[in-house]
Design a protein around this ligand. Structure first.
Ligand code: FES
Length: 237
């Protein structure tokens, strides 16, 4: 198999005035591997290369990257698929967030927005002996919502979030917000909706849809945001 070129975004704040691109040729056998395998290999050749990763299974959400123009998880993105008919694999940090070093971004605002939606069950009724039960039908309402791994691929692909990361919760946080609004065991629906009722938190979504197009878990944040808007209109909060 033909070798291919990996173009890496490089930036070390203590050594570089500005980011630069590094082209590295990689053996063609890596065409059958995942993008994260290529990064691990390149790290053995240049130990100064920095990126995040942990599980290697598409579960932890650490290795969100921009790969040939698309946000994706390096560990579950096949090189062949990312290359398409090109011989160039361009790997950049997730857009819309400050770069700390090389492929590592500062996700502080992303997690601030996650915190805002109170991502935990709120129920002040006395807890039953063992657990709060839920019918299979109510449990099914959480499908497509609870699977989010907070990789930030969706929010980082959203122009509305790029321009207002302090005020717009963004697709990932709103998918999670909908997860708790849907939970039959949660008793804080009205309070949760009230906190979302302002011009920015939800309504800054313009329905662009990059979030849904790029979610590596196949989730649909745009639909979840639409449902929250419906609830806000219906409740008239
Ligand atoms: Fe955990 Fe990729 S390394 S999701």
């Amino acid at each position: 198999m033909n070798p291919f070129t990996v173009r890496l975004f490089r930036y070390h704040p203590e050594h570089d005035d500005q980011p630069w691109s590094q082209d590295v040729e990689v053996d063609g056998s890596f065409r059958n591997r995942m993008v994260l395998d290529v990064l691990e290999h390149l790290k053995t050749r240049d130990t100064t290369l920095v990126f995040r990763r942990s599980c290697r299974e598409g579960v932890c959400g650490s290795d969100g990257l921009n790969i040939n123009g698309r946000n994706a998880l390096g560990c579950i993105t096949p090189v062949e698929e990312a290359l398409g008919n090109k011989d160039l694999l361009e790997i950049r940090p997730l857009p819309g967030m400050p770069v700390i070093r090389d492929l590592v971004v500062d996700q502080s605002l992303f997690f601030e927005q996650y915190k805002r939606i109170q991502p935990w069950l709120i129920n002040n009724k006395p807890a039953p002996g063992i657990e709060r039960l839920q019918s299979p039908e109510d449990r099914a309402k959480l499908d497509g919502l609870y699977e989010c791994i907070l990789c930030a691929c969706c929010s980082s692909a959203c122009p509305s979030w790029w321009w207002n990361p302090e005020k717009y919760i963004g697709p990932s946080g709103l998918l999670q917000a909908h997860r708790f609004l849907q939970d039959s065991r949660d008793t804080a629906t009205a309070e949760r909706l009230e906190k979302l009722q302002d011009p920015f938190s939800v309504f800054r979504c313009r329905g662009i849809g990059n979030c849904t197009a790029y979610c590596p878990k196949g989730l649909n944040p745009m639909k979840a945001i639409g449902r929250i808007k419906e609830m806000l209109f219906r409740e008239g909060v």
